[in-house]
Design a protein around this ligand. Structure first.
Ligand code: FMN
Length: 311
């Protein structure tokens, strides 16, 4: 199955504890053409783990959403994907997660050292599913391995590849290597989604021009500001910047809150964390942090964010 043609150049990244249904809807509203769920355990889906089942909810309001799975057993991954493929537009495989907990179980970026297994997983899923299968990877585990892998991934049936230009070993240090994204783009004929360090319209343009990649995926900048998609789309169209003010962020948080209420994600820890992410870097954000830490219910969180907007 082919990767769909996207309406803009921008994709929201899978982010654990962030890319929930309300967050995805907000990013889509502000210009993300495709969003992904956070990485979800294939075993958790099969065993019907309640937390996992909450995170695989998808709304009809969402236009294009990919489900990201992690696992290392092709049969289990297929079984999990078959359970949910009708709810999603794309099934994505995580070959990039660097976390110790994931890697020690042989998941995520650990699979970058297992070419045959990667091939088998992609073949099994792309043959067994009706939806396009995509891959998200880092450039390698300890060293750069992507160039020896991406053609295999394409031939096994991957319909697009997202590449974050850092190895597992690099974590988040230094700068993402955009040259490797460019080299991957030259190697394959399927769409390539470049990822790593895009925080503005200028950076998105630079990444697109430098690598010739088809799309740009954004994680950390979107976590703090879902309006980044609108800013970047506007910049790519006009070459002009949009400057956000504090009121925009408060409005954004209130929109997020409404979506959380609608879809039953409005718990204190999620709201507190998102309020802190959205309000970072503005006058009064340090005081807001202290106040939010003391807030015991969602009403108090809303009150504090509104107060922050007024000072
Ligand atoms: C809080 C957080 C959670 C993440 N969770 C996932 C995940 O579930 N699956 C995944 O493939 N990548 C995950 N990532 C990695 C991002 O998708 C992305 O590849 C990385 O942050 C680089 O992009 P950026 O420079 O735009 O942040 C996560 C990143 C962050 C910051």
């Amino acid at each position: 199955m082919d990767f769909p043609k996207l309406k803009s150049k921008l994709v929201l990244a899978p982010m654990a504890d962030v890319s929930t249904l309300p967050f995805r809807l907000l990013c889509e509203k502000y210009g993300a053409a495709l969003t992904y769920t956070e990485q979800l355990s294939s075993l958790g889906i099969i065993r019907e783990n309640p937390r996992t089942l909450k995170l695989v909810e998808r709304s009809n309001e969402e236009k294009l959403v990919g489900l990201q799975l992690f696992g290392r057993n092709s049969k289990i991954l297929l079984k999990a994907a078959l359970k949910l493929e009708k709810n999603f537009d794309i099934i994505d495989l995580n070959f990039g997660c660097p976390s110790k907990k994931i890697v020690t179980q042989g998941y995520g970026s650990a699979l970058l050292r297992e070419k045959d297994r990667v091939k088998k997983i992609i073949e099994t899923l792309s043959n067994g599913l009706e939806k396009p299968v995509t891959v998200k990877m880092r450039s390698g585990f300890k060293k750069v391995e992507a160039l020896g892998l991406v053609k295999i991934m394409e031939e096994a049936g991957a319909s697009a590849i997202t590449i974050h230009g850092r190895t597992r070993e690099q974590g988040y240090s230094g700068k993402a290597d955009w040259d490797i994204i460019q080299q991957v783009k030259e190697k394959v004929n399927i769409p390539v989604i470049g990822n790593g360090d895009v925080v503005s319209g200028e950076k998105a343009k630079e990444l697109l021009e430098h690598t010739k990649c088809d799309y740009v995926m954004i994680a950390r900048a979107a976590m703090n500001n879902p309006m980044i998609f609108d800013e970047i789309n506007y910049y790519l169209k006009t070459g002009k910047k949009k400057i956000l003010v504090k009121e925009d962020k408060v409005k954004l948080f209130l929109e997020y809150f409404e979506l959380c209420e609608k879809y039953d994600f409005a718990n204190v820890s999620n709201l507190r964390c998102t309020a802190l992410n959205f309000c970072k870097g503005f006058n009064g954000s340090k005081e807001l942090r202290v106040r939010l830490m003391k807030a015991k219910d969602k009403e108090k969180i809303i009150e504090e964010v509104e107060r922050f907007g007024r000072i």
